[in-house]
Design a protein around this ligand. Structure first.
Ligand code: NAD
Ligand code: FE2
Length: 397
């Protein structure tokens, strides 16, 4: 397995502050019961447990509820959430939270459940509609304590300051960002990953890879995020295909849980880039798996960003075990990384183009226009015009 290349040293004469936020993290096989202890420590008596029908079917919420009850708590369950959670679903969840007299919010599920749980907690303390909080740092009041238990190895929402919600009227996904949205405790039990169907495992693994790469090249990257970003790239590259072949094997699953966590720690501090800014628009329009859309877009965005400044793609190539070295023709490293990402996407069954998942050429101008307003674009290493984003969408068709 390749080792992590040394992250770039800070440049003399350019002092930069590095801030790093993270929740308390409990990580390891069979850690699920820790969620009950965490809720107790946070003062819970009536925890509000957010999940969705797919995760309920897999049995994880039932196990959590048993643990909460044996800890003396009286949990309330709410599972009326669909993937790419919708604004009206979060409103309904908030009304249920209010009427049930709950205190601590616990999310057990993928990124959709975790974002819905964050949305409910946000509204509980701040009122209004979820769409009012689009953008950066618009949350005024402290929100109820949150414990998150991720059931996919991808989004990093359990450690992030992001909440992504579908605005059903505008058919786009809005990004809500703020330190208040970082959960208090993340309990990561890789056991929950074994019930994921292959398509979800593939999509969420590519989401984690996208987080690692976008965070590493982000304008807001720093020494504290670089290490996690590169290690996440290394772990996904080495383990995602192994999880598809040896489905019940603990090793690759645990490595993917760690990859998702480290990618999450990297991107919640370094933010993301054009892949996510574009992906949110396609996801909002077509209600498709987020990681799958990222997997299609990422190689195109890598080539776009790398043609401006290829240097940061050399350590990424090295983390993937590719024969890149400092000082090599920059374009070569960029090409290697983009080709390898596409190869990995092929290996796990991701379609080659957006056309195959329902995007039409006539959708492109609207998608590009909405991309320009997405908060994730602000940290992309290369500035992009509407025409350049349109071109990227068309290359990815
Ligand atoms: N807040 C953030 O920082 C952040 C970061 C990236 C992505 N996201 C968001 O997360 C969402 C995607 O989340 P996701 O990719 O984790 O999937 P998801 O939560 O949308 O789940 C997809 C489907 O898989 C099922 N599922 C989840 N875990 C399962 C398991 N262990 N076993 C069986 N079925 C399971 C769910 O029931 C659901 O039907 C998107 O809305 C995306 O925008 C948020
Ligand atoms: Fe993502």
């Amino acid at each position: 397995m390749p080792s992590i290349p040394a992250a770039e040293c800070p440049q003399p004469g350019r002092p930069r502050l590095s801030k790093f936020h993270a929740p308390e993290i409990v990580f390891g096989q069979d850690s699920l019961p820790e969620a009950a202890h965490a809720a107790l420590r946070l003062g819970a008596r009536r925890p509000f447990v957010v999940t969705d029908p797919g995760v309920t079917e897999a049995g994880w919420p039932a196990e959590l509820l048993r643990r909460l009850r044996s800890a003396g708590l009286r949990p309330q369950l709410w599972n009326e959430i669909t993937p790419n959670p919708k604004d009206h679903e979060i409103q309904a969840g908030f009304e249920r939270y209010e009427s049930s007299g709950c205190d601590v919010v616990i999310g057990v599920g993928g990124g959709s459940v975790i974002d819905a749980a964050k949305g409910v907690a946000l509204l509980a303390a701040n009122g209004g509609a979820i769409g009012d909080y689009e953008g950066i740092d618009r949350i005024a009041n402290p929100i109820p304590p949150m414990v998150m238990v991720p059931s996919t190895s991808g989004t990093g929402a359990d450690v992030s300051q992001f909440c992504i919600v579908t605005d059903t009227e505008r058919r786009t996904k809005i990004t809500i960002m703020g330190r208040a949205l970082v959960p208090d405790v993340s309990v990561i039990d890789p056991r929950l990953l074994v019930s994921m169907p292959d398509w979800l495992n593939a999509a969420t693994g590519l989401d984690a890879l996208t987080h690692g790469i976008e965070a590493f090249v982000s304008l807001a990257h720093g020494p504290l995020t670089d290490t996690h970003a590169l290690h996440a790239v290394l772990l996904v590259h080495a383990n995602l295909p192994r999880t598809m072949i040896r489905r019940q094997d603990d090793g690759p699953r645990t490595a993917m849980a760690q990859a998702a966590l480290e990618a999450g720690l990297a991107f919640t501090n370094a933010i993301l880039g054009a892949t996510h800014a574009m992906s949110h628009q396609v996801g909002g329009m077509l209600d498709l798996p987020h990681g799958l859309i990222n997997g299609i877009l990422l190689p195109h965005v890598i080539r776009f960003n790398g043609s401006d400044d290829p240097t940061r793609f050399v350590p990424i190539a090295q983390a993937m075990g590719l024969p890149a070295r400092p000082g090599m023709a920059g374009d070569e490293a960029v090409d290697m990384v983009a080709t390898e990402v596409r190869k990995l996407a092929d290996e796990v069954g991701v379609p080659t183009g957006l056309g195959a998942i329902g995007v039409r050429d006539t959708d492109v101008p609207r998608l590009a226009q909405l991309t320009l307003g997405d908060a994730c674009l602000t940290t992309n290493p290369r500035a992009a015009t509407a025409a350049q984003i349109e071109d990227l969408f068309r290359r990815a068709l």
